[in-house]
Design a protein around this ligand. Structure first.
Ligand code: MN
Length: 237
């Protein structure tokens, strides 16, 4: 009796990597964590929650990460596709229950990133007490720029985030206005998950989020880091 034919075994997925500024080496991405609310200005514009709530976390799939200087497709299933400019912390040394004062030892570098959001689906999920996944964790939802290695989180403490769409300024905030500092975020996240090298943490967005249209060009700059540019694709499903 002949063996039943079986379908071909799929090849392993490609690793996801990000460029490292001033280096030919690349940063291997393991997981992408995001902070839900971290600037009072954004909580107020979303008319959300208590401003003193603990930070909460969600994830995007590793393969949602896309590099800068690329076209990001306008995603399906939404009529309110929005940008959120964010500082991204790249973990270089793993650990769990990391004290705030030791967070620096676990950080490899920093980058500019955009938490792309299907806002209509996120809001519906919030209202129905469903997971945020459909609004946050879709394909190509995490553009991240080149990672700049740092000696510690102090290097960006006094920095500023500025995002433009088609050259018009939409978001501008001091990073010091975060409710939870990057070190506090690393510490708190590491009490819920063991952090490992390659993890990225998107640290939340300030006020000024807004809808994108096909063809829009987004530019995000954070003091001392490589800027991130993406363009939204011109076709929709
Ligand atoms: Mn966000």
């Amino acid at each position: 009796m002949s063996e039943p034919s079986s379908p071909p075994v799929p090849a392993a997925p490609e690793p996801v990597t990000l460029p490292i500024a001033s280096s030919t080496r690349v940063f291997p991405v393991r997981r992408v964590y995001c902070v839900g609310r971290n600037y009072v200005s954004h909580i107020r514009e979303m008319a959300e929650a208590d401003e003193r709530d603990d930070p909460f976390f969600f994830q995007k799939p590793r393969d949602a990460v896309v590099r800068g200087a690329t076209v990001v497709p306008y995603p399906p299933a939404t009529n309110d596709f929005e940008y959120e400019g964010e500082l991204v912390v790249a973990i270089g040394v793993g650990g769990s229950a990391i004290p705030v004062q030791e967070a620096d030892k676990h950080v490899f570098g920093l980058a500019a990133g955009i938490d792309l959001t299907r806002r209509d689906l996120q809001v519906e999920a919030r209202q129905r007490a469903w997971p945020w996944e459909m609004g946050k964790s879709f394909d190509a939802s995490a553009p991240v720029g080149a990672i700049t290695p740092v000696s510690g989180l102090h290097e960006v403490k006094d920095g500023e985030l500025r995002l433009t769409v088609n050259g018009v300024e939409r978001q501008k905030s001091a990073l010091s206005l975060m409710i939870w500092s990057p070190a506090e975020i690393v510490s708190r996240l590491s009490r819920q998950y063991r952090l490992e090298p390659g993890d990225l943490v998107m640290t939340g967005t300030p006020a000024g989020v807004g809808a994108l249209a096909p063809g829009d060009a987004i530019h995000l700059e954070i003091t001392g880091l490589e800027p991130l540019d993406i363009t939204i694709g011109t076709t929709r499903d």
